[in-house]
Design a protein around this ligand. Structure first.
Ligand code: 13P
Length: 280
């Protein structure tokens, strides 16, 4: 069933678990994510990145997700990931997305706040939720988000509290040392900063850059206010590694390969869903 993002976030924040937000780009990734949620009995966020608009347009993404979600007994939210373009956000709201991420993280604080507030007013009037970001993640290896020269800027707790209060955003993405893509060195996840942000904000927080983050660190983040964790690169890496291994031995029909890829998506997504409902 198609489910409301705001309620998903509030439930997760209150009960100290995180909802997995998994990026999808085609039918097999979407189907694997939805089946993983259904088979584990946990809610999932099917996260469609604005950068994948060349793969699928917003109306098709929404229609496809709605059909699959309505047939599933699991809770599914369709989310627009990392979007800087207000027009695209409005098109996603019209298309039926359950939540949108306005990414003004590269803008000065006041401009990010003002733009996010405007997006929240529009989206909330249509019963659509909003995620925004304060601070900035560095680019890791094989990152498929942002740009290669992205630098780390930690989220400031006091600014985060002001930002959430003024914008009424449903969930805030924070920067505490995770990277988009795989880590180039040893991860340094600043749970001390997260603890301060959580104490100041007191509402659902989002962790981007889930791929490759040590499991104990993810659990420590969940117990400090993280209610949504994004995973992208690792899904692609896992499926491509299995695809390469299979193609070295066999030359299957594309339809057979597609079914196998859906299963591999499901395996990696299930691993994270099960982790995210553990307690630290
Ligand atoms: P990873 O690719 O590092 O998992 O990050 C995904 C993400 O944050 C999507 O917004």
């Amino acid at each position: 069933m198609y489910t409301n993002f705001h309620k998903m976030m509030e439930d997760a924040y209150r009960e100290h678990y995180a909802v997995g937000s998994f990026n999808w780009y085609h039918y097999e990734t979407l189907k694997g994510i939805i089946e993983a949620g259904e088979e584990t009995g946990r809610p999932v966020i099917a996260s469609f990145g604005a950068k994948y608009l060349t793969n699928i347009d917003l109306d098709t993404a929404a229609a496809l997700t709605k059909v699959l979600a309505d047939r599933s007994c699991g809770a599914v939210c369709l989310h627009l990931d990392h979007c800087k373009d207000k027009d695209a956000i409005i098109r996603a709201i019209r298309a039926g997305f359950g939540s949108v991420m306005y990414d003004g993280s590269s803008l000065p604080f006041e401009q990010n706040l003002e733009n996010t507030r405007e997006i929240c007013e529009i989206a909330h009037a249509c019963d659509v939720s909003v995620e925004a970001e304060l601070g900035s993640l560095a680019a890791g290896a094989k990152s498929h988000e942002g740009s290669a020269d992205d630098r780390e800027v930690y989220t400031d707790p006091a600014m985060a509290a002001e930002f959430v209060r003024e914008t009424k955003v449903d969930a805030l993405a924070v920067s505490i040392g995770t990277v988009h893509g795989m880590y180039k060195g040893t991860p340094n996840i600043r749970t001390d900063i997260l603890e301060k942000i959580n104490a100041a904000v007191g509402s659902p927080l989002v962790l981007h850059g889930g791929s490759g983050t040590p499991e104990d660190k993810l659990l420590a983040c969940i117990s400090r206010g993280i209610a949504k964790i994004n995973v992208n690169t690792e899904i692609s890496e896992y499926v491509m590694a299995h695809t390469k291994a299979l193609l070295q031995e066999q030359s299957p029909h594309l339809s057979v390969l597609a079914l196998k890829q859906k299963e591999w998506v499901k395996e990696v997504v299930k691993k994270y869903i099960e982790l995210f409902c553990n307690r630290a």
